[in-house]
Design a protein around this ligand. Structure first.
Ligand code: NDP
Length: 359
C-alpha cells in the first residue's frame, strides 16, 4: 500500500515534519526521510510517495524465498525484491541433488520457481528489481528501489547472497554448466571416477579438493603462488592425499573441449624467464578463489567481518541493528548451501515475527 503524504515545511525544517495523508486528510508528525527523495510541489505543499512495509526482504535465493514463505504465513505482509539474479546463485547450476525432498534431483531453476510460487501462495509481494539505497540508522528504516520508489520498512531481512569469484576468462562463460562450476558440493557428484581441477590455494580450495578427491579419480589443484594460503591442517590434508596433485606457480590461460571441458591450458612461472605453457586433460574445472558477499549497500551500517560477510548473533539471524536480520550466504562464509540458506531464511522470518510482537 502506498501512502501519498503531503509534507508541509518540507524545505525549511531539518527535523520531523507535519504530514497530511491525501486520502484521509489526517495530519500526523512524521520523521523526515533521511535519503534524498523525489518529491514534488503542489501549491505551497511538498508531496512525496512513501510506501510503508512491515517486512522487507532483499534477495530471492533460498533464504529470501523461505523468509517470504514464513513471513507470509505469519501475516507479516512481506515485500520481496528479487535483485539482479532472480532465484540467486542456485540458478547458475543445473541439477540440485542434495536438497532434501527431491530424491531424483531437481532442476535448479524449477526448485527456485517452486519456492517463488510457494511464497506467492502465502501472500508475499514479489517484485523484480533491486534496493539501491538503504538508511538503517533508525527505525523505521528508509530504503529506495531502482525505480526511485521510497520505502519505510519496520523490519528488513537481508538475503542478498554472495557471488563466487571467477577468473574472468571467456571460456568460463562458454563452458558454464558444461564442466565449469564454483561449487564442488553441488556438482562434484557428476565427476565420479573422472579427472578435475580446482583453482585456488585457500581453505575453500583445499576443502573442495578434499571433497572431490573422494569422488574423482584425480584432482589437480591450480595454485598461482609457490605455496597454499590455507590453514596448516588443510595444507597437510591435501598434500598427503594421494590422488591430489598440486600445480604451484600455475595460472589458467583457457579451457578446451568439444561439447564440454576436456582440458585446460596452463602456464607455470608466468612472465618469468622459465615460463612454461602446458595442457592438462580434465573433465571438470572448479573455481575456489573466494566468494564476495553482496553487502556493499550496507557497509558502514551493518556489522561485517573482514571479508564483508554480515555478522549475526549466535544461533540467530539478528544483526547489530535491531529489526535488521541477515539470512543465507550473505552471513555464511562457512557452509554456503541452499538448504542452510533456506533454514536461516525461516529463522529470520520467525525472529521478525517475535520482534514485531514485542513492539
Ligand atoms: P581466500 O581468499 O582465503 O583464498 C583464495 C585463494 O584463491 C588464494 O589461494 C588466492 O591466491 C586464490 N586466488 C584468488 N584470486 C585468484 C586468481 N585470480 N587466480 C588464481 N588464484 C586466485 O578464499 P577462501 O574462499 O578460500 O576463504 C575465504 C575465508 O573463509 C578465509 O578466511 C578462509 O580461511 C575461510 N574459510 C574457512 C573454512 C574453514 O574454516 N573450514 C573453509 C573455507 C573458507 P593467493 O594466495 O595467491 O592470493
Amino acid at each position: 500500500m502506498t501512502d501519498s503524504l503531503a509534507y508541509s515545511q518540507w524545505n525549511n525544517n531539518e527535523h520531523d515534519s507535519l504530514a497530511q495523508c491525501l486520502f484521509c486528510n489526517k495530519y500526523k508528525i512524521l520523521i523526515k526521510p533521511r535519503l534524498e527523495v523525489k518529491s514534488y510541489l503542489r501549491g505551497n505543499i511538498q508531496y512525496i510517495d512513501m510506501e510503508k512495509v512491515k517486512t522487507l526482504i532483499i534477495g530471492s535465493g533460498p533464504a529470501g524465498y523461505t523468509a517470504a514463505i514464513y513471513a507470509g504465513r505469519a501475516n507479516l505482509q512481506p515485500v520481496l525484491y528479487s535483485g539482479l539474479q532472480p532465484g540467486g546463485q542456485l540458478t547458475t547450476t543445473t541439477i540440485v541433488e542434495n536438497f532434501p525432498g527431491f530424491h531424483e534431483g531437481i532442476d535448479a531453476n524449477q526448485l527456485m520457481s517452486e519456492m517463488r510460487e510457494q511464497a506467492k501462495l502465502y501472500g508475499a509481494d514479489l517484485r523484480d528489481g533491486s534496493i539501491v539505497k538503504a538508511d538503517l540508522s533508525s527505525r523505521p528504516f528508509h530504503l529506495e528501489d531502482d525505480r526511485g520508489n521510497q520505502i519505510e520498512a519496520e523490519t528488513v531481512i537481508i538475503a542478498t547472497g554472495a557471488s563466487a569469484k571467477y577468473l574472468g576468462l571467456a571460456d568460463e562463460e562458454k563452458y558454464r554448466g558444461q564442466g565449469v562450476s564454483a561449487c564442488a558440493t553441488c556438482d562434484g557428484f557428476f565427476y565420479r571416477k573422472r579427472t578435475v581441477a580446482v583453482v585456488g590455494g585457500g581453505d575453500t580450495a583445499c576443502e573442495e579438493a578434499m571433497y572431490l578427491s573422494g569422488l574423482a579419480k584425480k584432482v589437480y589443484m591450480i595454485v598461482r603462488k609457490p605455496q597454499l594460503r590455507a590453514a596448516e591442517i588443510m595444507r597437510k590434508r591435501v598434500t598427503e592425499k594421494e590422488n591430489i596433485e598440486i600445480l604451484y606457480n600455475t595460472n589458467t590461460l583457457g579451457l578446451f573441449g568439444e561439447d564440454g571441458v576436456e582440458g585446460a591450458h596452463l602456464v607455470r612461472f608466468k612472465g618469468e624467464e622459465n615460463e612454461e605453457k602446458f595442457d592438462i586433460n580434465i573433465d571438470g574445472f572448479f573455481l575456489a578463489i573466494g566468494h564476495t558477499p553482496n553487502t556493499d549497500l550496507f557497509k558502514g551500517q551493518v556489522e561485517m567481518d573482514d571479508h564483508g560477510f554480515i555478522i549475526t548473533k549466535p544461533k540467530s539471524t539478528a544483526t547489530n541493528i535491531e529489526g535488521v536480520y541477515a539470512a543465507g550466504d550473505v552471513a555464511d562464509p562457512t557452509y554456503r548451501q541452499g538448504v542452510v540458506a533456506a533454514g536461516t531464511g525461516a529463522m529470520a522470518a520467525i525472529e521478525v515475527d517475535r520482534f514485531l510482537q514485542k513492539q
